[in-house]
Design a protein around this ligand. Structure first.
Ligand code: ADP
Length: 267
C-alpha cells in the first residue's frame, strides 16, 4: 500500500498568517463537530492553515493527498498479510475516528467516487463509520474532525464535488493574501528581507491577473517562497523568478515570453 498519510503528533504551532475570520470559523466548526471544506487555489496556505489549527486545538493530524487512484479502502483500511497472518490495518480516516484526530483530505475531488460513500455517514450528525470488512460500526471519538479541500479553479466537469456532498460541509474560501501580508509571509518563510520580497509579490499579482487568459493558475505564495529562498541563497532575482515562478506555470514558449515581459515590467 502506498504511504498516504503524514501523521503528526501535536507539535509546535506552525506559522500561519490569517487573512480573515478563518481561524475563528474553524474553531467554531470544531467545537460544534461540523466538517469543513476549504476552497481555494493551490499554494495559498490551506494545508498550513490546517496544520496550524490542529496544533492550536491540540489534535493529531492525518493528511491525505488525494489522487485519482485513491479508493475508500485507502482511507478506511484493509486486511494485509503480515508474517503469514492476515491482519486488519486501519487507514487514516479510521485511525482519526478512533483517536479523535483531525483528518485532512487534500484535493478530495481527485479521489475515486467510492470515497464519498464513506464520507457521508462521517459528515452527518451520527458521525459513524461502518466498516463492512471487519463488521464494526465506529462512532467518532470526541475531537474527530473531517476537513477536505478542493480547488474550484480547475474547471473539470468530471471532477467537481456533487451538491449532495458539498452541502455537508461548512465552506471557507481562501484566496491570496493582500500584498503587504503576502510579502511578510514570504519573508518569514524564506529569510529574505520583506522589502526584497515586495517585488516578487508585485510580479505574482501581475501574473495572477492573467489567470484565465494565458494561464490556468496564477503564481502561488508557495512559488514566491521558493523564489525568495533561492534569492536569499545568492541566486540573481531574475534567474530565481524564472526558475521558481515562471517555468512552473507554463510549458508554452509563447506564453513563457509573455509572462517574462509581465514579470520584467512588474519587477
Ligand atoms: P495549499 O495547501 O493551499 O496548496 P500550502 O498551505 O501548502 O498551500 O501553502 C504553501 C506555502 O505557502 C506554505 O508552505 C507556506 O510557506 C506559505 N503560505 C501560504 N499562505 C500562508 C499563510 N497564510 N501563512 C503562512 N504561510 C503561508
Amino acid at each position: 500500500m502506498s504511504v498516504l498519510t503524514t501523521s503528526a503528533s501535536v507539535e509546535a504551532l506552525p506559522f500561519y498568517s490569517p487573512s480573515g475570520a478563518e481561524c475563528v470559523l474553524f474553531d467554531h466548526a470544531y467545537r460544534n463537530r461540523l466538517p469543513v471544506l476549504l476552497k481555494g487555489p493551490t499554494g495559498c496556505g490551506k494545508t498550513r492553515f490546517v496544520a496550524h489549527m490542529a496544533a492550536r486545538l491540540g489534535r493529531p493530524l492525518y493528511t491525505v493527498s488525494c489522487h485519482d487512484d485513491l479508493t475508500a479502502a485507502d482511507l478506511t483500511g484493509r486486511y494485509l498479510l503480515k508474517g503469514g497472518e492476515t491482519v486488519w490495518v486501519d487507514g487514516p480516516l479510521t485511525r482519526a475516528i478512533r483517536e479523535g484526530a483531525i483528518v485532512y483530505l487534500d484535493e478530495v475531488v481527485e479521489a475515486r467516487k467510492d470515497v464519498t460513500v464513506v464520507l457521508h455517514p462521517v459528515t452527518d450528525d451520527r458521525r459513524i463509520l461502518p466498516l463492512e470488512r471487519t463488521g464494526e460500526l465506529l462512532e467518532a471519538a470526541p475531537g474527530f474532525m473531517l476537513v477536505v479541500s478542493y480547488n474550484p479553479g480547475y474547471q473539470n466537469i468530471l471532477k467537481t464535488l456533487k451538491p449532495s456532498t458539498r452541502q455537508r460541509f461548512v465552506a471557507i474560501e481562501f484566496g491570496f493574501p493582500d500584498p503587504d501580508a503576502e510579502a511578510a509571509i514570504v519573508a518569514r518563510e524564506s529569510g529574505l528581507p520583506k522589502e526584497r520580497c515586495m517585488p516578487l509579490v508585485r510580479v505574482a499579482n501581475a501574473l495572477r491577473d492573467l489567470k484565465g487568459q494565458d494561464l490556468e493558475e496564477g503564481a502561488s505564495t508557495r512559488l514566491l517562497v521558493y523564489a525568495a529562498t533561492l534569492i536569499r541563497d545568492g541566486v540573481k532575482p531574475d534567474v530565481a523568478l524564472e526558475a521558481a515562478v515562471l517555468q512552473p506555470l507554463t510549458d508554452d514558449p509563447e506564453v513563457m515570453k509573455a509572462l517574462a515581459r509581465v514579470a520584467d515590467i512588474a519587477l
